[in-house]
Design a binder for this molecule. Sequence first.
Ligand SMILES: Cc1cc2nc3c(=O)[nH]c(=O)nc-3n(C[C@H](O)[C@H](O)[C@H](O)COP(=O)(O)O)c2cc1C
Length: 191
Amino acid sequence: MSKIMKSLLVLMVGLLILSPLALNGAQKKGAKKMKNLVVYYSYTGNTEIVAKALAEDLKADVLKIEDAQTPSKFKAYISGGIAARNEKGWPIKTVNVLLKEYDRVFVGAPIWWGKAAPEINSYIEQTDFKGKSVVVFVTMGGSKADEAINALCTKIEAKGGKIVSSFSVKTGGVKKEDLPAKAKVKAEQYK
Ligand SMILES: Cc1cc2nc3c(=O)[nH]c(=O)nc-3n(C[C@H](O)[C@H](O)[C@H](O)COP(=O)(O)O)c2cc1C
């Protein structure tokens, strides 16, 4: 076999091996990126820090649930705590964001008296989660987030959402400036 023929043969074999890899790369490039929304309520700022760090890492949009009227600390701790404990709602500002343009929705709230802050319950009550993949997260001073997470998951499933996973971030004894790093560790599994 001549040198030219040998070179041609090597080139053809190389192309045959490399072309599926190149095609795969092109397909990956063209693949639709998952669109995420991070919805959260926060009273003292911890859940907001976690939500924003998560959103930054996942290039997600953010939706902040706001009180119709910010409750005083006394009102939040007592009436808000009781509402949370009883899995009730709390007046929130109107939300105009529809979930239909998102593939996955993160729903986050602080724990009050062992359950999610009531503002997030109001948001869930007025939201159509039909067919949406949902990740639930909570922040809390201590531990034992399971009860709050389970209650949130039940509410979201009742509104048609599909819970894909959940996580909690302990904020007690953690400096606010250290919270983004904790959130980013959690974000890794959703990239
Ligand atoms: C009214 C109230 C009740 C709380 N109850 C609990 C609780 O039962 N368990 C717990 O671990 N942390 C509890 N915490 C602490 C918060 O869950 C924690 O600080 C959380 O990160 C606050 O989030 P935020 O800063 O986004 O509001 C409570 C805080 C408040 C204001």
